[in-house]
Structures are given as C-alpha cells and as structure tokens.
Write a protein that binds this ligand. Structure first.
Ligand code: SF4
Length: 182
C-alpha cells in the first residue's frame, strides 16, 4: 500500500537558486525523497500554480518586487508550515545590499551610468513587476514558522526539516551541527 506523501511547494523569490541546489544536494537520499515527498508548485517539477494545499512551503529569497510579495502571500495561504530557507529569505541577503542606496541612485547606476548599460532608459513594460523601496525578509511580509540559516543552508538541515514534518515532530531545536552561518 502506498504511503501518504508530504506535499511540498518551493519557490525562489529574490534568490539565486543556490538554496534549491542545496535541497538537491542530499546525494543518494534523493531516491528516498521521491518516496516520501510529492512536489506541488515548485521549479523542481515546473508546476507554476498550486493544484492542492501543501504541508510544507520552502521559500528561498526575500522580496524585492511586487511579484515576490504576491507569491510569498500565496505560499502562506496554501502551505500549513512555511519555512524561510537561507540568508536571502531570512535577512534579505545579498540583494538587500541595495537597501542603503536611494532608488534614484540605483536606477541611474543600473540603467544610465553602469559600465554594461546599452540603451539608456528605464524599462517600463507592464509585465515587469514594480520594484519595492527596499528588499524585505520574508518574515516582514508573512508569518514564517521556521528559519534555516546559511548561504546556502546545509542539505542535512533541509533533510532534517522534511523528516521531522513527516514524523509529525516539531521544528524546534533543530540539530545544531546541521546549521551553518556563512
Ligand atoms: Fe543564493 Fe545564498 Fe541567497 Fe540561498 S541564501 S538564495 S544560496 S545567495
């Protein structure tokens, strides 16, 4: 008889996909993963929309534009447990280095003065999501249930989270040796 699988959604907001790479860095346990997890909305299976409610949402990256906020709120709505994976989700990470720079200076550097600038114009296509005044960590937008530090977090830590939820255990006091802070 087939076991009930953990339904998991994942997304990358203002992130680099390195945290997703860490999830896939569980080596041979990936065979076990297939047995215990069913991915729903995720770049892993390329599902663009939620097709069911999920047990767990893993969010990589913070929010730098309106689309990131929309997606993050959608994840909160559809995922029972929502986990911020990696420094970008927890603090804004590298993209948040722009937070101390004025929007005027940012746009001028990106579209007028930078060494790689071609056409000197600010793109204004309606399909481009509106940029936010700063990069926001996920917990400033929605409630986050657990934080996995690291850039990227260790695969062992992500694996521990998956297994704890499968076993119905709390995410408190995750194993210290699985943490990293760089
Ligand atoms: Fe990439 Fe590091 Fe940010 Fe993860 S925490 S999305 S690995 S920069």
């Amino acid at each position: 008889m087939s076991k009930t699988k953990l339904i998991v959604a994942t997304t990358s907001l203002a992130g680099c996909f390195g945290c997703h790479m860490s999830l896939l860095d569980i080596d041979e346990r990936i065979l076990e993963l297939v047995e215990v997890v069913e991915f729903n909305r995720s770049p892993i299976d390329d599902f663009k929309e939620f097709t069911k409610e999920c047990d767990l949402g893993l969010v990589e990256g913070g929010c730098c534009n309106a689309e990131n906020v929309r997606v993050l709120r959608e994840f909160r709505e559809h995922c029972k447990i929502l986990v911020a994976v990696g420094q970008c989700a927890i603090t804004g990470g590298l993209p948040a280095m722009r937070n101390g720079i004025s929007m005027k200076e940012l746009l001028e550097e990106a579209y007028f003065n930078g060494v790689t600038v071609g056409n000197k114009m600010i793109p204004n296509d309606e399909e481009i999501p509106a940029i936010l005044d700063r990069v926001y960590p996920c917990h400033e937008i929605v409630k986050i249930d657990a934080f996995l530090p690291g850039c990227a977090p260790r695969a062992d830590l992500i694996w521990e989270v998956l297994n704890r939820i499968i076993e119905g255990k709390s995410l408190d006091n995750l194993t210290y040796k699985n943490f990293k802070y760089d």
